[in-house]
Design a protein around this ligand. Sequence first.
Ligand code: DGL
Length: 246
Amino acid sequence: MIGVYDSGVGGLSVWKELRALMPGEDFTYFSDSAFCPYGPKDPSFIIERADEIARTLIARGAEIIVVACNTATAAAISHLRASFDIPFIGMEPAIKPAALHSESGVVGVLATAGTLKGRLYLNTLARVAADVTVIEQVGTGLVEAVESGDFDSPQVVALLHKYIDPMIEAGADHIVLGCTHYPFLSKAIARIAGEGVTIVNPAPAVARHACDVLSRLRPVRLSGSGTTTFLSSGSTAPLHRLASCL
Ligand code: DGL
């Protein structure tokens, strides 16, 4: 079984790609909704939660775990890798591919505060900084909107304008979605950003990497129809609601 977890429903944007790539595999998705959002929380708390969730998923038979949350990856992936002897796949900050393909030399990054402060992101940023200008923005309020199933209300659109407009005005031609909740807002983001701006969602690349890691353990079930079990530290209702639309 493949374990997947996030602070909430956002990781479903990654689960969707995993399932498309490996439809015969069984998944267990854990949403830590009792403690969502992770973005403003202390890394030590996110590590504690990661530890408990990994134990739960491993006890249920997880062979690999996809940390489908940029904030949890930033805070806890090293701890998880050092503490458990199964592979963990994290979310990569996708500024590298964005920087590589940018023609304007300006790239926008929308992420949580925790992700933008993380070592993983800062290291990648340092590597691309010579080639492009990176405009960072914390997406305050967006995780909460997605959790409540709000992808396009006037309030969300106003928030997105506040975050995206300065990137476009500065000439960004790529916007990196640095939080797994944000792909659910990508239609609104694309509309606001306008033509000629590429929205970068790292989920398909992460799914390919997870498939590759699993294939080193055993043959991957690339066809058939596997199952997904949904677990949550709060209610599973939002998970079932959103997953049924994907
Ligand atoms: N999906 C999580 C991420 O990718 C959301 C973080 C949060 O709960 O604030 O960072």
